[in-house]
Design a protein around this ligand. Structure first.
Ligand code: PLP
Length: 407
């Protein structure tokens, strides 16, 4: 008899985006003349930078020639891309990361989800609340949690991110082995200072723990005093793995390209306390289960680091940040408390009703779709997330309607 991995039965069906879709389509059926503006989902809307599409085209043309054809590439990614990443994203900011510490992949979702495979099932895991659900669900699937009760899985240490701690969790009281951090944060849009991040790095070093640092939104950081990479913090190379993505930086959500940095100094331990290289373990896993990102996509990604690519990516980020600024100003003028939107494309807004009521009110009174914060965890209740990923015209129109609805 074929039996299932029963840990899957513990998973909470992800009703969030399907619930949103149902409510939106029922609203549209009942109000066919009303245009709905979507500021809910975290998907980009602007086209790929021209430098990327030109490199993409050239690489496809190369593939059509005998001399330029590429079959299976290196699983870890082509050197031209790994070198460009190491130089531009790390060494230029004083973080000593080498090209062979970078693993190119087809998404930070897969990498943040898969990395937990390297660890034993009896580790203690600290997960932020609210959270990008992938970290949580992949550990549930792996059997590292107990059942879901009263809005939380047993057996995990939740790191509350609330107004009281400025949406940057404090160190846990109990000892933990694996820590997930995401800054700039999805969903709250909050950022972490160098000193705060150093506290986490020091904690991990003292307790032989590991930090999985998700920096998928680093390109939105405007304030130069904020760290873009955890490796800007001294000692982080021994205790942190970092995830990055071209999805939000350069509009690659549909093109798919990301990377994970696993420094050679990073270790984890066996039961006897002997240390093992995480780089070697992840390399083994990556080469066994992944066959590389296509050559044209890696060429397109490498074009992000050309002078034209850099200028276009900056313009893309500025475009979304102008949207974010407009959303922040509207909320400020309406007297709402919010965080994010300054160094992040997400604005996390506190209502005085529950998340879903807030969502329904904006949908029905303004025809604007946001994301109810409760869908990201217990601490998200009472909040909504508004995303800056849309055209400026739509954001402007949406904010006019929101202003009318909330005033
Ligand atoms: N990490 C965070 C925090 C995200 O919000 C997302 C996507 O929304 C991802 C990772 C996934 O990125 P990718 O498109 O590279 O899979």
């Amino acid at each position: 008899m074929i039996t299932i991995n029963e840990h899957y039965l513990k998973l909470q069906a992800s009703y969030l985006f399907s619930d949103i879709a149902k409510r939106v389509s029922s609203f549209q059926e009942n109000n066919p003349d009303k245009e709905v503006i979507k500021l809910g989902i975290g998907d980009v809307t602007q086209p790929l930078p021209k430098a990327c599409t030109a490199a993409f085209h050239d690489a496809i043309d190369e593939m059509a020639t005998e001399a330029g054809f590429h079959g299976y590439g290196p699983e870890q990614g082509y050197d031209f891309l790994r070198e460009a990443i190491a130089e531009n994203d790390f060494r230029s900011r004083g973080a000593d990361i080498s090209a062979d510490e970078i693993f190119v992949s087809d998404g930070a979702k897969c990498d943040t989800g898969n990395f937990q495979e390297l660890f034993s099932n009896d580790i203690t895991i600290a997960i932020p609340d609210p959270v990008y659900p992938v970290y949580l669900d992949t550990n549930v699937m792996a059997g590292r949690t107990e059942l879901f009760k009263d809005g939380r899985y047993g057996g995990l240490v939740y790191l509350d991110s609330t107004k009281e701690n400025n949406f940057v969790p404090s160190l846990p009281k109990e000892k933990v082995d694996l820590i997930y951090l995401c800054f700039p944060n999805n969903p709250t849009g909050s950022t972490i200072s160098r000193d705060e991040l150093k506290t986490w790095v020091d904690y991990a070093r003292e307790s032989k723990a590991l930090i999985l640092f998700d920096a998928a939104y680093e390109s939105f950081i405007q304030d130069d005093s904020l760290p873009k990479s955890i490796y800007e913090i001294e000692g982080a190379k021994e205790v942190a793995v970092e995830f990055r993505s071209f999805s939000k930086t350069a509009g690659f959500t549909g093109t798919r390209c990301a990377f994970t940095v696993v420094p050679k100094a990073c270790v984890a331990f066996d039961k006897e306390g002997n240390s093992h290289s995480l780089h070697a373990l992840w390399n083994r896993r990556h080469c066994t289960k992944f066959n590389g990102v296509s050559y044209p996509v890696q060429k397109a990604a490498a074009a992000v680091y050309s002078p034209e690519g850099k200028a276009e990516v900056k313009a893309l980020v500025n475009y979304y940040m102008k949207n974010a600024d407009h959303i922040c100003k509207t909320m400020e003028e309406l007297g709402y408390d919010y965080v994010g939107g300054k160094n992040s494309p997400y604005i996390w807004i506190k209502g005085d009703i529950d998340s879903w009521e807030f969502f329904d009110m904006l949908l029905h009174k303004a025809g604007v779709v946001c994301t109810p914060g409760a869908g990201f965890g217990k601490c998200g209740d009472g909040y909504i997330r508004i995303s800056a990923f849309n055209s400026f015209e739509n954001v402007e129109k949406a904010m006019k309607r929101v202003r009318k609805a909330l005033q």
